[in-house]
Design a protein around this ligand. Sequence first.
Ligand SMILES: O=C(O)CCC(=O)C(=O)O
Length: 211
Amino acid sequence: MHALQGLQGSLFDQGDEIGLGPLDGLRRTDLGAGAWVDHLPGWLRGADALFERLAADVPWRAERRQMYEREVEVPRLLAFYGEDEALPHASLVAARDALSGHYAAELGEPFATAGLCLYRDGRDSVAWHGDRTGRSSTEDTMVAIVSVGDPRDLAFRPRDGGPTLLRLPLGHGDLVVMGGSCQRTREHAVPKSVRAVGPRISVQFRTRGVR
Ligand SMILES: O=C(O)CCC(=O)C(=O)O
C-alpha cells in the first residue's frame, strides 16, 4: 500500500498565494517528425499550496486494468473533468483559459477537459504511450500539463522505439505542452524512480474529443 508521504517544499515556492506567471518564457524543443514540446519551469506560483488543495479535494480513484491473464492496479490515482464539469480549483480554470488564449492561433480550438493524476511516490508511474484515443490518433493536437508537487521526469522517445529524445523533471508549478504530431509519432512516460521522492500531481488539459 502506498502512504502519501510529505511533500518536500521547493525553496522557490514558499508562498501560499496561487497564481500564474506570464507565458512568454516558454521554450520550444523540436522532437522531429513534426513533434515538439514547449516548457516553462515555475509557471504556477504557490504550487505547494495548490498541491495540498488538490490532494485533499479531488475525488481520486484507483483504476485496474487487464494485463495479459490478470488484472493489475494502475500505479497512480486518477480523476477526470469533462468539458461541462467544474474544475476543482479556480487556478486550474485560469490556467486552462490562459493556455487556450496563448495557443488559440496555433491550436484553433480551446482546451476543454482536464485529466488529473496523483503519483504517490516513486513506485507510481505511467508507461510509454501516446494520448491517441479520439482525434489525436489521426490529427495533430496539443496536451498541456501543469505539474505540482515533487518533480518527476517526463520522458519522450520515438513511437517505434529508440533512445530517449528528451527528459524533463516536472513539478513545483512547471508547465509543459506537447504539440504537433507528438501524440502520434512520439511516446511519453513517467518512469518509476528509485530515489526517495514525494508525491506529484499532473493536470493535463486536452481539447474536445482527445484522451
Ligand atoms: O504525469 C504526467 O505529467 C503525464 C501523464 C500522462 O502522460 C497521461 O496521463 O497520459
